[in-house]
Design a protein around this ligand. Sequence first.
Ligand SMILES: Nc1ncnc2c1ncn2[C@@H]1O[C@H](COP(=O)(O)OP(=O)(O)O)[C@@H](O)[C@H]1O
Ligand SMILES: [Mg+2]
Length: 284
Amino acid sequence: MKFQGSDSYIATQDLMLAVNASITLTRPLLIKGEPGTGKTMLAEEVAAALKMPLLQWHIKSTTKAQQGLYEYDAVSRLRDSQLADLDASDRVKDIRNYIVKGVLWQAFTSEQPVVLLIDEIDKADIEFPNDLLREIDRMEFYVYETRELVKARHRPLVFITSNNEKELPDAFLRRCFFHYIRFPDAETMKAIVEVHFPGIKKELLGAAMKTFFDVRGLPGLKKKPSTSELLDWLKLLVAEDIPLEALQSKDEKVAMPPLVGALLKNEQDVTLFEKLVFMQRHNR
Ligand SMILES: Nc1ncnc2c1ncn2[C@@H]1O[C@H](COP(=O)(O)OP(=O)(O)O)[C@@H](O)[C@H]1O
Ligand SMILES: [Mg+2]
């Protein structure tokens, strides 16, 4: 099993190395990076490339580790116990009918090895990663209600992503292989854009990329635009048939880009940019 990138996903050499290292070590791959740098997509692409099913667990601030294992549905059981029909009263006797399998359980008991994505782990509270240590390490967990041990048939290929909103505990980090997706350089970004817009006009792409990296380079931005923002913006530029001249200023000065709302997502950043444009105009 080797991951080599794909037609729809540009993977740099070091990213491919990281994926394959985590496969070799059979440890989860922890991927960090700015939002929009392709962390979630990586798991999808690896699953597709290795022809493995993908199970996704999107973490929210309220997600508990236990939900990934199983949940006991006491409410349904109570309701069934109050029904008069025979079917329901049969069902009530067996607690197993009220155990709802979580994503980890599904991943552990799948017929074939799967890719398991635990997306945005830093969204959950601080205990969440610690609560999953044993399951990730031993690939098993105990169901107290039914006194059964669920053991993984195959070790899933685990991808864990983080946007770095919270630090992860050391004990958790020790069990992962780590990779930081650096923001793509111009060359890599060109390749990514070409995957999404094959045959895009060179001049338009060149001018748009220049503006994009100028905007990103602006000191003091609250939120730098990322890959997905550039892609959105290009989509608009193409759809609206924005002329090249609108992106290029004759005098090498920064101008307000058209449809800037695709790139800058808060008023402070837009104001900052406007100030820069204004200052340059008046420094001539
Ligand atoms: N290396 C890449 N190759 C192709 N498309 C990419 C790449 N990185 C990012 N993208 C594009 O950016 C979008 C956002 O990626 P996503 O995986 O959601 O980012 P993240 O999970 O890091 O926030 C994707 O839908 C894809 O269109
Ligand atoms: Mg994501």
